[in-house]
Design a protein around this ligand. Structure first.
Ligand code: NAD
Length: 331
């Protein structure tokens, strides 16, 4: 099987080249540009393409891929909100993903953001480098004894629940499908979670139902001085409402690994660019906000699991048994 790999970064190539040793029937050509209407044409004569969180996998792109003979879209990520599944089904293209490659990687990043913004690590790092050893403005709160509200207790949310319990927090959660393995978690409705949580961490997928679940209304229901963390998808939060809430001093801190309009920025060095939107700059202007660029997944263990599962998906498809990790079947 020949795979065309889009949006390649050095760490992708390193981990996939290592994993390829166990998949002699697969070859990969790596492209730096991401998948788009323009670059879809390059997939001619390939059996499959491999995309990531910012790839444009919309209907026009899928049409071009199908016209060029592509039969399989391998998403090397868990989320697939950027894939038009109906368009893929209409053109008989199978879409496979990597669910839960390392839930702990993302959950550990979520708690890193929460702890860092709470203890002002982003500020103290800079201050000490400037020989400013003053502690003014650096006080945080203890997480021990506080309440963590976890929205979505699938693989990553469950890992986050376990971490929060380890810190001595009371853990409450909202999910339509309570996770029975989390016997220490109290499931509550969303209103109760918003009202009682000192830390709110989002771990549900982006769907029509979850789009802008954090809005002016839900922010108004939160406790004052709450810490909000989003490592799932940017559009779970209405950013304009978030910015308004930050300006009203609602939040002790906000940690974002994802945010609306991140797509053009994700994984790119844009230090010489003029930014098209002011969302990132406005978020970065607040002293109690930390933004990282969709790096929750980025651990050695996760990269290894992503490459091995993606190649196994390709192998299963070739063998005619692409059921596991087939998003078209899950959806
Ligand atoms: N930052 C990163 O690098 C990174 C990496 C991987 C995944 N993610 C994001 O994390 C998300 C969660 O991943 P996962 O592997 O835990 O997914 P998962 O499918 O295991 O769990 C998602 C959970 O969300 C619940 N859910 C769905 N709609 C909900 C709603 N309206 N309210 C509350 N809960 C709801 C589901 O019932 C499920 O239990 C992914 O969808 C993806 O967007 C981010």
């Amino acid at each position: 099987m020949k795979i065309l790999f889009y949006d390649t970064k050095k760490y992708d190539k390193d981990s996939f080249d290592n994993a390829l040793a166990n998949f002699p029937e697969i070859t990969i050509d790596y492209l730096e540009p991401d998948l788009s209407v323009q670059t879809a044409a390059l997939a001619k004569d390939y059996d499959a393409i491999c995309g990531f969180v910012s790839s444009d996998v919309s209907a026009p792109v899928i049409d071009k891929l199908a016209d060029n003979g592509v039969k399989l879209i391998l998403m090397r990520c868990a989320g697939y909100n950027n894939v038009d599944l109906a368009a893929a089904a209409a053109r008989n293209i199978t879409v496979m993903r990597v669910p839960g490659y390392s839930p702990e990687a993302v959950a550990e990043h979520a708690i890193t953001l929460a702890l860092a913004v709470n203890r002002h690590i982003h500020k103290s790092y800079i201050k000490v480098r400037e020989n400013n050893f003053s502690l003014v403005g650096l006080s945080g709160i203890n997480f021990f004894g506080k309440t963590a509200g976890i929205v979505g207790t699938g693989k990553i949310g469950a890992a986050m629940c376990r971490i929060c319990r380890g810190l001595g927090m009371k853990v409450i959660a909202y999910d339509m499908y309570p996770n029975k393995s989390l016997d220490f978690v109290e499931y509550v409705d969303m209103e109760t979670l918003l009202r009682n949580s000192d830390l709110i961490s989002l771990h549900c997928p982006l769907t029509k139902e979850t789009y802008h679940m954090i809005s002016e209304y839900t922010i108004s229901r939160m406790k004052d001085n709450v810490i909000l963390v989003n490592t799932s998808r940017g559009a779970l939060i209405n950013t304009e409402d978030l910015i308004a809430g930050i300006r009203k001093r609602k939040f002790f801190g906000v940690g974002l690994d994802v945010y609306e309009e991140e797509t053009g920025n994700v994984f790119e060095n844009r230090e010489d660019d003029i930014m098209e939107t002011s969302i990132t700059s406005r978020l970065l202007s607040f002293p109690n906000v930390i933004v990282t660029s969709h790096q929750g997944f980025l651990t050695q263990e996760a990269l290894l699991a992503i490459s091995e599962t993606t190649l196994q998906n390709a192998k299963d498809f070739e063998a005619g048994s692409p059921d596991q990790n087939n998003i078209c079947k899950e959806a």
